[in-house]
Ligand binder design. Structure first.
Ligand code: C5P
Length: 476
């Protein structure tokens, strides 16, 4: 049996692979015969393989794996480890990665632009103002072009600048102006690494979804020991490759899948000036919308009033009240997946006088000597209504924010609302709302998983993986 044939057998055989890829079985038979998988199907094969925990890379020709087709910007900061980044460049040059390099002023104390230029066989960038003079490149273009920005070694200085939004040179300006996935590989003296300032910056950056390749523990060039050593260039390169593969495998994961996501709070007006609402920031829902969009889904984000920037997604609908959110959600059906992360106000308030007479609230209600009372009117439960409707999406996911009995309450919502998955968290003492981190339990009919505290972006990515598993199972 040849390599490809072996791989296809491991993936369940010709019929199963054809079905998963929605192609004819005869095409897969041909691959087996020719011992070759067409380039445009490699990422789908890698994706199925990783779901089945099979290492497809063992069976695919090396040239397919070196065909990364990504753009990377490497920023080299100044430190004793700067020279090690030349080895990262050498490893990347063996592939078809489209590489640009920026060297900070202090890195030039350790390596020269000429050395880097001769390695990458093109200009490397050093200065904010000279880059502006280049006709074909400016710092915004350098920031926007790459899929990934790798900062290696990343100094305490660049971490501090990025955490605080300082843009005083080319590297820090690019980092601030970029939408790309940023990966930092810090390297510094152990005391600098463990300094509270660096650790606070590290936490801040993690919370914003910036990835880290953690420094190693060991003896440093300065003679001191501890955490702060630059990891081996090969390890950094491998981490980048695994990031690229993950991105490749997930780019089309939800292609042609329609997802409705509700996010943020709703607001219920009392009169034209006053309202009731809650502390939801919309950050978790927006991170989910952004993650599914990156994975190819057609995302409709229905958001209550928030103070954060909207993510890139196909369709954004802004609402104020629970009733509007309900109507907009219903109008977007049918859809394949519904994720209700919004903190919907459970009631609207109707002001009444102490003699229980309805008060006219078209204009601002005037203070009188009488007490003001409120009648509560229940808002529609969007999640439960859609889950129990004829137009129920094949996967319905809810959120459960609780201050006590988190798991018990979430489980009872899962059952009463007839949904597939619930993401539960403890919001007591103002935890979670507005924060960049989240600590959640993922509960389905049979299991309750406790996820460690992580950034909301990371929760979104893990949730997308989890939903993908349910999605695949629903087709098997
Ligand atoms: O019942 P409870 O409000 O605790 O349920 C929370 C879940 O239900 C969340 O997923 C929330 O988005 C959804 N929900 C809804 N419509 C409501 C109330 C809650 O979709 N009116």
């Amino acid at each position: 049996m040849n390599n490809i044939s072996h791989l296809i057998s491991l993936l369940g055989g010709t019929g199963s692979v054809a079905e998963k890829l929605k192609i004819k079985p005869s095409a897969v038979s041909n691959w087996r015969k020719l011992n070759k998988i067409p380039k445009n199907k490699i990422s789908a094969i890698l994706s199925i393989s990783s779901q089945l925990k099979i290492n497809a890379e063992d069976y695919l020709p090396r040239k397919n794996l070196n065909n990364f087709n990504v753009k990377i910007l490497l920023i080299i900061c100044g430190g004793i480890a700067s020279y090690k980044s030349l080895e990262i460049i050498r490893l990347m040059k063996k592939t078809n990665i489209d590489l640009e390099v920026v060297i900070t002023k202090s890195a030039q104390q350790f390596i020269t632009p000429l050395l880097v230029t001769s390695l990458i066989e093109k200009k490397c960038y050093t200065d904010l103002f000279s880059v502006e003079n280049e006709s074909k490149m400016n710092h915004i273009m350098l920031a926007r072009k790459p899929d990934f920005i790798l900062v290696a070694p990343a100094t305490a200085n660049i971490m501090a600048k990025l955490a605080n939004g300082i843009a005083d040179d080319l590297a820090s300006t690019i980092l601030l102006a970029s939408f790309s996935q940023i990966i930092l590989a810090p390297s510094m003296n152990p005391v600098m690494w463990s300094n509270l300032a660096t650790q606070e910056n590290y936490q801040k950056l993690l919370g914003r979804g910036i990835e880290f390749i953690e420094p190693d523990v060991g003896e440093m060039a300065c003679g001191e020991s501890g955490t702060g050593r630059f990891p081996e260039p090969k390890i950094i390169f491998e981490k980048i490759v695994s990031n690229i593969n993950k991105r490749k495998n997930t780019t089309d994961q939800f292609k042609d899948v329609s997802i409705i996501i509700t996010a943020g709070p709703t607001i219920e007006n009392i009169d034209p000036v006053r309202f009731i609402s809650n502390r939801s920031s919309g950050k978790q829902g927006f991170a989910i919308a952004s993650e599914f969009s990156k994975r190819g889904a057609r995302v409709t984000l229905i958001s209550g009033p928030v103070n954060i920037p909207f993510p890139k997604c196909a369709n954004i609908i802004q609402v104020t009240t629970a009733k509007e959110m309900f109507e907009e959600t219903m109008s977007q059906l049918p859809a394949d997946i519904l994720i209700c992360s919004a903190a919907v106000a459970d009631w609207k308030l109707v002001p009444e006088s102490s003699s229980k007479k309805k008060i006219n609230n078209e204009n601002k209600i005037k203070k009188t000597k009488q007490e003001l009372l409120f009648k509560t009117i229940k808002n529609p439960d969007i999640l439960a209504t859609v889950a129990k409707s004829n137009l129920r999406p094949s996967i319905v996911v809810g959120f459960s924010a609780e201050t006590n009995n988190v798991i018990k309450n979430a489980k009872s919502k899962l059952v009463s609302k007839e949904i597939d998955l619930i993401v539960a968290n403890d919001v007591g003492e103002n935890k979670v709302f507005g924060d960049d981190f989240n600590k959640v339990f993922i509960i389905d009919e049979n299991n309750c998983e406790e996820w460690s505290e992580q950034s909301k972006k990371s929760v979104a990515s893990n949730l997308a993986d989890r939903i993908n598993k349910i999605f695949i199972n629903s087709y098997i």
